[in-house]
Ligand binder design. Structure first.
Ligand SMILES: Nc1nc2c(ncn2[C@@H]2O[C@H](COP(=O)(O)OP(=O)(O)OP(=O)(O)O)[C@@H](O)[C@H]2O)c(=O)[nH]1
Length: 529
């Protein structure tokens, strides 16, 4: 089955579909484009915000280390050359611990690894530290920030140390300040201000990719592999990146290094959380414009219907252009815009020409071209129109000795004489009479609603006029006529025509130039004027 038959689309449906379809498509297009633009903008702004935030916190942390070392440096000045004064050492450690919230524990350690003073854990005094971290501090003899390590009492700790030199510049040990990563500490204070409710969070890694700070405390100390952002920040880079993190989550991350500690700060937000906000917003917009859209669609529908209506009506009438009522119906179509008006005018003109042509063809097919009288087909058509209910008189007539005219004056002259007689017939008849050239020089006249007596007078008058006329090419012209009457609902018309012919024959036989009347084909009577 053809597609066109399956979907019988007329112009009106097509315009409606096109108008509503393009309106909806435009709407969807605008909606999609704005979604895409918002999507790009949101991802970009989230990445940018995270980068700025990570950079800020990295700077704050770096600044903290600088001031912490200054604090340690100041305190080492207090205890230098007094390592043999336990009370003084103890006082200095306590002062360092309590003058700020920066450290969870402070200790003075001798160059042999022995704790000379400790706060708040005074009982640790005289302990010897032999962890790798402390050995490294003693070996390096420089301000250091340790890797996170498990302390003797099972705490995850980072130690900031500052070397203790006597007045001669001789290395005596170090002043160490611990930050307990799993308990309340300065890093929590610095980093914990982050706003977590929108799904974003912050974490810090040390130079060996251990988590030093993370909202999930249980992950502290965990070493993270396979995270491109961590790899980048530990190379000293700062920036922003969309990535799949070590747990396979799509993240929007900003990152920045902490130069003094070699740590990296990463602020990130799950992409899904970011986009869900956008989706909710777009849903809101969609719901917001929905009423207007629903209101617009009927308007578009109405407009499309108004535009298509005249075209649709014109197309419908075009299917019946030959019908006589169509021009009137087309004139009534309200063509309210230029193109429809032009189309209507063109159709009316076309239909007018068509009807003219049809009428002309009809006339041609029923008319004798030489005389303009009806031909045999025309006569039959008129008889059909009269029908059975109309009575009429029949006059059959014929030019006398026409052959002689033809022979002596020529065929063209004979034609001219025939035309002359046709004009005489027209002049001697009424509009309601039916005049026909039934053969070469033979004619028939039907006189509707006319009695035999009147028809006899008409025939006689015509005969007289012809006989007294001045015909072309010949000196005189006479005709013979046979008259009869056809009654309503009478015998067949053919029969009446035969009777008129018979009467004509009798007129010829009786000497021509006369009228012979016969009511029945058996009795004939010559008309005398
Ligand atoms: N010029 C011309 N002659 C025609 C036409 N049709 C028929 N004729 C001629 O008309 C003549 C008719 O001749 P006939 O039938 O013998 O009749 P007639 O000479 O009129 O003699 P009657 O009728 O007995 O008086 C013939 O010569 C036809 O050729 C026509 O259209 N034009």
């Amino acid at each position: 089955m053809k597609l066109s038959t399956l979907f019988r689309l007329d112009l009106r449906t097509l315009i409606l579909l096109l108008a509503i379809g393009s309106a909806l498509l435009t709407l969807l297009n605008v909606f999609y484009a704005s979604y895409q633009a918002q999507h790009r903008l949101l991802l970009h702004s989230t990445l940018e915000a995270n980068r700025v935030y990570a950079t800020k916190l990295a700077e704050v942390t770096n600044h903290f280390f600088r001031t912490a070392w200054q604090q340690l440096a100041y305190s080492t000045g207090q205890v230098r050359d007094r390592l043999d004064d336990p009370a003084r050492l103890q006082q200095a450690t306590q002062d360092l611990l309590y003058q700020s919230d920066n450290f969870n524990a402070v200790a003075v350690v001798s160059k042999y690894g022995k704790i000379l003073a400790a706060a708040p854990f005074e009982q640790h005094k005289a302990l010897r530290l032999d962890t790798e971290g402390h050995k490294a501090i003693l070996r390096r003899r420089a301000p250091l920030i340790s890797q996170p390590y498990l302390s003797a009492d099972n705490r995850l700790v980072v130690t900031l140390s500052y070397p203790l030199l006597d007045s001669a510049g001789e290395y005596q040990g170090y002043l160490g300040a611990d930050i307990f990563l799993t308990e309340a500490n300065v890093l929590n204070l610095l980093l914990g201000q982050h706003y977590y409710q929108d799904g974003s969070y912050l974490y810090v890694v040390d130079s060996e990719k251990h988590l030093i700070y993370h909202p999930d405390n249980t992950r502290l100390g965990e070493q993270i592999e396979g995270n491109p952002v961590i790899d980048s920040v530990l190379l000293g880079n700062s920036g922003e990146q969309r990535l799949l993190n070590s747990q396979g989550l799509d993240m929007l991350a900003g990152f920045a290094p902490v130069p003094l500690s070699g740590w990296g700060v990463v602020a990130q937000r799950p992409t899904a959380a970011t986009l869900s906000e956008l989706n909710a917003k777009m849903r809101g917009i969609f719901i917001g414009i929905l009423p207007l859209t629903l209101l617009t669609l009927p308007c578009i529908w109405l407009l499309a219907a108004l535009i298509s209506r005249p075209l649709w009506q014109l197309a419908r009438h075009a299917q019946h252009m030959d019908s006589p009522e169509v021009p009137q119906q087309i004139r009534r179509i309200r063509s309210w815009y230029f193109e429809a008006r032009q189309l209507r005018q063109a159709m009316l003109k076309g239909i007018g020409l068509l009807h003219e042509k049809i009428t002309q063809l009809n006339i041609d097919s029923l008319t004798d071209p030489m005389t303009g009288l009806l031909n045999r087909r025309g006569l039959q058509t008129m008889l059909d129109r009269l029908g059975d209910d109309t009575a009429f008189a029949v006059i059959a007539l014929d030019i006398d000795h026409f052959k002689a005219i033809n022979d002596s004056k020529g065929h063209a002259a004979g034609d001219e004489v025939i035309r002359f007689l046709a004009r005489m017939m027209q002049e001697n008849s009424r509009d309601s009479d039916i005049l026909c050239r039934s053969g070469g020089e033979e004619f028939v006249m039907l006189l509707p609603e006319v009695t035999l007596a009147v028809a006899s007078q008409v025939a006689e008058r015509l005969r007289r006029h012809v006989a007294h006329s001045t015909p072309p090419f010949v000196d005189s012209l006479t005709i013979s006529l046979g008259v009869t009457h056809h009654a309503a609902r009478g015998p067949a018309v053919r029969q009446s025509l035969k009777i008129a012919d018979a009467a004509l024959y009798q007129a010829k036989q009786a000497g021509r130039n006369r009228v012979m009347v016969s009511p029945d084909g058996e009795h004939f009577k010559s008309v005398v004027s």
